[in-house]
Design a protein around this ligand. Structure first.
Ligand SMILES: [Zn+2]
Ligand SMILES: [Zn+2]
Ligand SMILES: [Zn+2]
Ligand SMILES: [Zn+2]
Ligand SMILES: [Zn+2]
Ligand SMILES: [Zn+2]
Ligand SMILES: [Zn+2]
Length: 487
């Protein structure tokens, strides 16, 4: 049930602040106490204290194995995964524990939260919890600690210049055993000038007064500045020595800083214009020197061109296809990187979910809830919410069913519409024919009437002719009948 040593936050924090603030000043105090009669300037220390010259940079200071706990909460993560953050501290889980209500927290965060005066309850849903009870609070699925321990972090000595990047579980080994920027107490014995008592004459001087005096150097010193003399003895890097360029007294641990940032006599030749420049202004010159040889900015995309800066700007930039396309390449690369990151996040999420499923535990793997959401999820409302969920699910299924039905019916409807169109066309043309037939019928009727009128005329004529004694009347009436039948 005890959290691992690494996750105790206060211990590490105290050490860091304590060493940063009182570390260097402590050693100065010692120096003054040891040499009460001598003013500071004559005591062999540099005229200004190192603290004033170089602002100490934040980082890891090593005291002893038991003392040097690392505060994982101060780590800088390269790609934090938000869904692996503790809902309380909003940082990737440190020693994660899961509650009976399915929430996961850092052990120390949960322990702190359960001490709340509001009672020992889950901060997200107010479920009563007893941290001593293994049924209420138990270690989270191992995959969660594995993922969070594998998250890439930067070295604690980033500000001092270490560019180490590695998984979180390796950070302690790196800063304690490897990192050359981790600071240690110097602990060298420094010989002090003998203290002479001026009131005593030479004869009265005791042996003790002439014996060399030592003080222990307590300066915080980066690992790379701890020196040995070849016989396994440590050399204190804090004893000032004259700078080989300008002659200023400077201690070894500050030499690098002095040569690169301060020394006015430290010259460096520009490989473009072949002139000497003081190191302090060299970077500035390199940026503007037109003669300096550079590679094409599109080198990464395949251009092998090399030449002076002025040639690059006047000629090559206009000719180089790679250079012209480089903005396009850059956007492509950025997009690809985004996709890669998304892919990684998704696969981590997937493995977390799979693990939860395999272990039969349903956790929220650290998803944070807003206060309003927490309010909504009070237990007495849980049943209502489940009902609503069921209704919603039912509606969704119903909708899906209707949609498939509709898809099936659609072609039939289309077919039907087509047939209807044909029928309408047929009906239209048939009514047209009917009209025509009617017109014909009218015409025939009028013809028949005219014919009958003509026949009557003819009969009257025949009668008139018979009176004179011409054609036989029988013959002519037969002919008449045949004709009218034809019509
Ligand atoms: Zn936490
Ligand atoms: Zn809960
Ligand atoms: Zn480091
Ligand atoms: Zn020292
Ligand atoms: Zn110098
Ligand atoms: Zn130059
Ligand atoms: Zn080029």
């Amino acid at each position: 049930m005890e959290p691992s040593q690494d996750s105790a936050p206060q211990a590490g924090l105290q050490i860091l602040s304590e060493t940063n603030l009182s570390g260097p000043s402590l050693s100065l105090n010692l120096a003054v106490e040891d040499l009460p009669e001598l003013p500071l300037e004559q005591s062999g220390l540099p005229p200004t204290s190192p603290v004033e010259m170089v602002i100490p940079k934040a980082g890891f200071n090593y005291r002893s194995d038991e003392d040097s706990k690392i505060d994982l909460r101060t780590l800088v993560y390269l790609e934090p995964l938000e869904h692996l953050n503790c809902p309380i501290c909003q940082l990737p889980f440190i020693d994660p524990y899961t509650t009976i209500c399915g929430h996961t927290y850092c052990y120390t965060c949960l322990e702190e939260a359960l001490k709340s005066p509001l009672g020992s309850r889950c901060p997200l849903d107010r479920t009563p919890l007893d941290i001593e009870n293994n049924d209420d609070v138990y270690p989270a699925p191992i995959i969660i600690s594995n993922i969070t321990d594998d998250l890439k972090v930067r070295c604690l000595n980033l500000e001092r210049g270490c560019d180490w990047i590695g998984p979180r579980w390796q950070i302690k080994k790196h800063v304690v055993q490897e990192c050359k920027y981790t600071q240690f107490e110097c602990n060298c014995a420094i010989e002090e000038p003998a203290i002479l008592d001026k009131d005593k004459n030479d004869n009265e001087l005791k042996q003790d007064d002439i014996k060399p005096h030592y003080r222990i150097c307590k300066e915080w010193t980066e690992r790379r500045h701890l020196l040995e003399n070849g016989k396994g003895e440590r050399i204190c890097p804090h004893l000032p020595e004259p700078c080989e360029k300008c002659g200023k007294n400077i201690s070894f641990s500050l030499k690098e800083y002095h040569l690169n940032e301060e020394c006015k006599r430290n010259f460096k030749q520009c490989n473009g214009c072949l002139l000497d420049f003081p190191v302090t202004g060299f970077e500035n010159h390199e940026r503007y020197c037109e003669k300096i040889h550079v590679k094409c900015p599109a080198k990464a995309y395949g251009c092998d061109w090399k030449g002076s800066k002025d040639l690059l700007n006047t000629i090559h930039a206009n000719r180089c296809v790679f250079y012209k396309l480089s903005t396009y390449f850059e956007t492509q690369e950025k997009e690809m990187e985004g996709l890669r990151r998304e892919n990684r996040t998704l696969s981590t999420q997937l493995s977390t979910v799979l693990d939860s499923v395999v272990q039969g535990k349903i956790t929220n793997v650290g998803y944070t809830l807003n206060v309003e959401e927490v309010g909504c999820q009070r237990q007495n409302k849980k049943n209502d919410k489940n009902l609503l969920d069921e209704d919603y699910l039912h509606l969704v299924m119903e909708f899906e069913r209707l949609r498939t039905d509709f898809e099936r019916v659609r072609p039939i409807v289309a077919d039907f519409q087509q047939q209807q169109q044909i029928i309408t066309n047929l009906a239209n043309s048939s009514s047209h024919y009917r009209e025509e037939i009617n017109a014909q019928r009218v015409a025939i009727n009028s013809l028949r009437q005219q014919l009958q009128f003509l026949l009557v005329e003819r009969r009257n004529l025949n009668r008139a002719v018979r009176g004179i004694g011409g054609i036989s009347p029988v013959e002519s009436s037969e002919e008449l009948n045949r004709f009218s039948n034809k019509l």
